[in-house]
Design a protein around this ligand. Structure first.
Ligand code: GLU
Length: 390
């Protein structure tokens, strides 16, 4: 494959296939592939799962269904084993980078991770990233390493993402059940149909499944990153990759790349609150490229501060049409909602600008998310789609 900087994501089933600690069964061939790529001058960042799987035999656990604290304890001890397993295949040093959703949401920490990886690559070090499972909470975790790998690819401005799993790629049907399932070599657009085809993983050690791989491909391709799902259990797959022949499914990078900031807003930051908009504001946002003014706000929900990300909701359809960074807190917005911008200062005693959310700090959502049961207005959805491609 023709690439200069790639993120390679390796799943638990490849790192600890026997469920009794790490093994070189598949990781040796993966490490040899990485070494060949690096010899050709390509830069590699590894996102490796397997902490929990590697630590599984080291922590007593009664039932096969593991509790979250037990998984965290396994992840912590297994991480060491997993790192040691990788390091033994490389003559050059590996580095360990453990991150959480929270780290990626914070712009300064995001840049800090990016700078660390950049310097390590310049020094011939192989960065190995995993989620910091011990410190994550339900709210603050990415949750699966497929999506984590897509975010890491964005952080380090990779041009390609390889998701190595124990399945050949995306099939038209579940190949474990249907003999006539056909591998899709190339996917140009990720549609609902593609998600429907994907089904779920049969491997209980993998937290991801095919759904999260397609989500990851969606995140990455939107950022201009070609994404491949390939079978990391087959050594011939690596020979094909070296010959630049696609052995799995390739998701082509989107031509309409959204800016790094909008991508970060859309995929990385979690919303703290909700602002419901009247139809005038919805129309201005979707069709006129406008910023959000206080006059268009009908109601405000949840507690949030200046600088937090909020969902913008259409009053009539109850659909989240956009996300953005607010210049005013929920308390301030409750006082200025429905007012003209020139009334902000007199109402609050101070003013942070005429707009509540500037257009540059806002991303229109292509896939509308329903807040509560409501009918989707097909016309509005179409408008939203064309807007997001701007
Ligand atoms: N962070 C988890 C681990 O190291 C893996 C999560 C995943 O595979 O998606 O076990």
């Amino acid at each position: 494959m023709n690439f200069n900087r790639a993120v390679i994501k390796v799943g638990s089933a490849l790192v600890a296939p026997s469920k009794a600690g790490c093994s070189g069964q598949y990781t040796l061939a993966i490490a040899q592939f990485i070494t060949k790529c690096r010899q050709q001058g390509k830069e590699i960042i590894l996102v490796s799962s397997g902490g929990i799987a590697a630590g599984r035999s080291l922590i007593h656990h009664g039932s096969p269904k593991l509790s979250t604290p037990v998984k965290k304890a396994m992840a912590s001890v297994g991480q060491m084993q997993m790192m040691a397993n990788w390091q033994r295949f490389f003559d050059t040093p590996c580095s360990q980078i453990l991150i959480t959703q929270d780290d990626l949401e914070d712009r300064e920490r995001f840049i800090s991770i990016k700078e660390t990886i950049q310097i390590q690559l310049e020094n011939g070090i192989l960065p190995i990233v995993n989620e910091n499972d011990t410190v994550t909470t339900e709210d603050l975790k990415v949750g699966d390493n497929d999506n984590l790998a897509a975010l890491v690819a964005q952080v380090c401005e990779a041009d390609s993402l390889f998701i190595l799993s124990d399945i050949d790629g995306v099939f038209t049907k579940d190949p474990h059940i249907h003999d006539d399932a056909v591998l899709l070599p190339k996917i140009d657009e990720i549609t609902d149909e593609i998600y429907a085809m994907a089904g779920t993983s049969r491997n209980h050690l993998a937290t991801g499944g095919m759904k999260t791989k397609i989500e990851a491909a969606e995140k990455a391709t939107e950022h201009g990153i070609n994404t491949y799902i390939v079978n990391g259990t087959k050594s011939e797959v690596f020979a094909s990759l070296i010959r630049e022949v696609n052995p799995g499914t390739r998701f082509s990078a989107d031509k309409n790349i959204i800016s790094a900031k909008k991508h970060w807003l859309k995929h990385t930051v979690k919303s703290q609150g909700r602002i419901t908009l009247d139809s005038g504001a919805v129309n201005a946002l979707l069709n006129k490229g406008a910023s959000l003014l206080p006059i268009g706000i009908k109601s405000v929900a949840k507690n949030f501060d200046v600088g937090d990300c909020v969902d913008l909701i259409d009053q009539h359809t109850k659909i989240i049409i956009a996300k953005g960074i607010t210049q005013y807190s929920n308390k301030e917005l409750r006082r200025i909602k429905g007012k003209h911008s020139d009334e902000i200062e007199i109402t609050l005693g101070h003013e942070e600008g005429a707009v509540v959310i500037h257009r540059d700090d806002m991303v229109i959502l292509e896939q509308n998310i329903e807040v509560e049961p409501a009918k989707i207005a097909p016309k509005a959805c179409k408008k939203i789609k064309s807007e997001s491609n701007e």
